[in-house]
Each structure stands twice: as structure tokens, then as C-alpha cells.
Design a protein around this ligand. Structure first.
Ligand code: SF4
Length: 106
């Protein structure tokens, strides 16, 4: 007969992703001072489109997009960042990885 392991009643803490530091320029982005900041976190396509449109004229667009694409797709599932939806960011990461693989294979 094998000994049973004692039951553990403590829940395992959730894994906290270690994210790259957010560039300070994002604090002065359009979304930081907009009267409707919820647009950037909305699940509605029309509101995401409005947020993406506002990102186009944001002074932090370049830094924001570079930072958002440096996140892992698993840690980046919601919100408009750098003018892109989460799905668009995932596609951009995959395209970048394909291009890198192609460049290093040549
Ligand atoms: S690019 Fe968009 S998400 Fe990024 S800081 Fe500017 S407004 Fe916000």
C-alpha cells in the first residue's frame, strides 16, 4: 500500500507574467488623457475601430506599437495598443518570426 500525499488546501498563486517595462512615452499617449479611455479596452469592434483611429494620431504610436509587439501573445489578449487589436498584434508577431526565420535560414 502506498502512502497518500497530504492534501494541500492552499491554492497555487496565479502565474504572473513578467512584462517588459512600459515606455514612459505611453503616459502621454492619446488614450491617457482621452475622455473615454474605455474605448481602448472595449470588446466591441466599433469601439476598437474608434480607438485604432485615435491611435493613428498619437505621439507615442511608434513606441507603443514596438512595446506591445514585444509582449508574448499569451500575455497580451485584450485592448487596442499601438493602433492594433490583440489579433492584429498576434498576426504581426507571427509575421515577424517568419521573416526572422527566413532571414536566418538564408
Ligand atoms: S498608440 Fe494608442 S494605445 Fe498606444 S499610447 Fe497611443 S493612444 Fe494609447
Amino acid at each position: 500500500m502506498t502512502a497518500r500525499r497530504p492534501a494541500c488546501n492552499r491554492a497555487r498563486p496565479p502565474a504572473t507574467p513578467v512584462l517588459p517595462p512600459m515606455p514612459p512615452q505611453l503616459r502621454s499617449g492619446t488614450c491617457a488623457s482621452h475622455p473615454q479611455p474605455a474605448l481602448w479596452q472595449s470588446p466591441l469592434a466599433a469601439e476598437q475601430e474608434a480607438a485604432r483611429h485615435l491611435c493613428c494620431s498619437c505621439p507615442a504610436l511608434v513606441q507603443c506599437r514596438a512595446w506591445s509587439l514585444s509582449l508574448r501573445t499569451a500575455d497580451d489578449q485584450t485592448g487596442v495598443l499601438g493602433g492594433l487589436t490583440p489579433q492584429q498584434r498576434a498576426l504581426a508577431r507571427r509575421a515577424r518570426q517568419r521573416a526572422l526565420r527566413k532571414a536566418t535560414a538564408a
